[in-house]
Ligand binder design. Structure first.
Ligand SMILES: CC(C)(COP(=O)(O)OP(=O)(O)OC[C@H]1O[C@@H](n2cnc3c(N)ncnc32)[C@H](O)[C@@H]1OP(=O)(O)O)[C@@H](O)C(=O)NCCC(=O)NCCS
Length: 149
């Protein structure tokens, strides 16, 4: 376990976010898309970064929608996995959800992403439904949720 600092990210952190996403996701978010998000959806989409010795080791992108908080993306540097970084990011997302009056956290994960499914289950998320052909490559998604209160 490493104890990370978690903070809100602005455009100055977009390159680090894109670099970690590139190493982590089958369909990574391009830098331009992250910058556009930050400029045009300020306050709607929030990025939290996890920092260890001042370098970014993971991030989560969040969108509050009424009483639910959606995890849009969550990526941890492959060299820092299984060190509790993802858990701390979801912990911070839960605090953020609470502050925004959101009682549940929702997300979708690729059906083939066994590691992520195990991770979310370990944190108490439960499966809500299967989303047929949800991803652009035709892969199914699994919608999961966590009730905070
Ligand atoms: C999924 C991901 C965010 C987990 O981050 P992490 O920092 O490694 O997770 P943690 O160290 O907090 O793991 C907490 C617990 O979750 C479970 N877990 C995490 N990754 C797992 C894996 N690959 N296989 C099985 N269980 C896993 C374990 O129970 C783990 O506790 P343990 O290490 O004491 O056994 C990370 O693997 C990642 O970035 N993956 C690529 C991107 C991705 O799939 N994102 C999520 C879907 S968008």
């Amino acid at each position: 376990m490493i104890l990370v600092d978690i903070d809100f990210c602005d455009e100055g952190r977009a390159r680090e976010i894109a670099a970690i996403d590139l190493l982590s996701q089958p369909a990574p978010w391009p830098l331009e898309a992250i910058l556009k998000d930050m400029r045009e959806r300020q306050g709607e989409v929030v990025y939290l970064g996890a920092f260890y010795k001042s370098g970014m080791v993971g991030f989560v992108a969040l969108e509050p929608r009424a009483e639910d908080l959606w995890v849009l993306q969550l990526s941890v540097d492959p060299e820092r996995r299984r060190w509790g970084v993802g858990s701390q990011l979801i912990g911070a997302a839960s605090v953020f959800a609470d502050e925004r009056g959101c009682s549940r956290i929702f997300l979708s994960v690729r059906a083939s992403n066994r590691g992520a499914l195990e991770f979310y289950r370990a944190l108490g998320f439960r499966q809500r439904e299967v989303l047929i052909n949800y991803y652009s490559n035709g892969e199914d998604g699994i919608r999961m949720f966590l009730e905070l209160w």
